[in-house]
Design a protein around this ligand. Sequence first.
Ligand SMILES: Nc1ncnc2c1ncn2[C@@H]1O[C@H](COP(=O)(O)OP(=O)(O)O)[C@@H](O)[C@H]1O
Ligand SMILES: [Mg+2]
Length: 261
Amino acid sequence: MHELTLDTVSLDYGTGNQPVLDRVALKLRQDEFVVVIGRSGAGKTSLLNLAAGFVEPTEGRVLLNGKPVSGPGQRRVVVFQDDALFPWLDALDNVAFPLKLERVGLAQRRAEARRLLSLVGLARATNRRIWELSGGMRQRVGIARALAAKPAFLLLDEPLGALDALTRSQMQELLLDVWAKSGVGALLITHSIEEALLLGTRILVLAPGGRGVRAEFRPGFGRRLLAGESAGALKDLPEFLALKRELVALIEDGERTELAA
Ligand SMILES: Nc1ncnc2c1ncn2[C@@H]1O[C@H](COP(=O)(O)OP(=O)(O)O)[C@@H](O)[C@H]1O
Ligand SMILES: [Mg+2]
């Protein structure tokens, strides 16, 4: 069981403003689906970039299984909203690409890429070129390619933000399914409260102004979605609506505090 830790990290971009993140602590286990939510500018992307090793904390450390890490590494891969797939390769070879870098043989890497494409529901699109795929399908290729590196953690910064509502809700269920089947830990950034509630085993509400984690929830709707209950029915549950109201209040209150400061 891998564990990714932000050990009381602070981040200051050196712009003379207050730190973007001030002594934030976060422990992410490989069996968790952690969702970070907060207003724009709260430091969500900065937090993910620290976890990914794209930026180094000004104070504190990032640990993988208790050992300090610096810089990006294969155990933590990032899925971006607009993933840069290689247009000259078909879906299969895009997914196989990280394995090629690892010098895995052609037959073996294509077999693995096929397995991953079917995990993301694209078994029938293996030989399609990237421009023949819809936005949601491209995103799935991006997720399969990220998984090809055999990460312990998948880091996702608002990956579904550019999709239409219907594709987005399909992709939410797909992400949950991929998480459950692949055994990777997920850290998802979103500004959608419903998405956070449906997917997260844990939700962290990031306060604005670098003040770190304002509240934490363990909703449990994702398990029910995986067990076959429909997203629509879950969203209508009184406990879902109550948590949603609580999150709206927390995030909006955070915004008011920020404006008053
Ligand atoms: N590379 C950077 N240099 C300086 N300031 C930055 C940089 N990246 C982000 N910021 C600032 O840090 C704050 C948090 O940004 P960000 O982490 O992108 O928040 P979020 O993803 O929650 O919208 C913002 O005020 C933003 O302007
Ligand atoms: Mg962001």
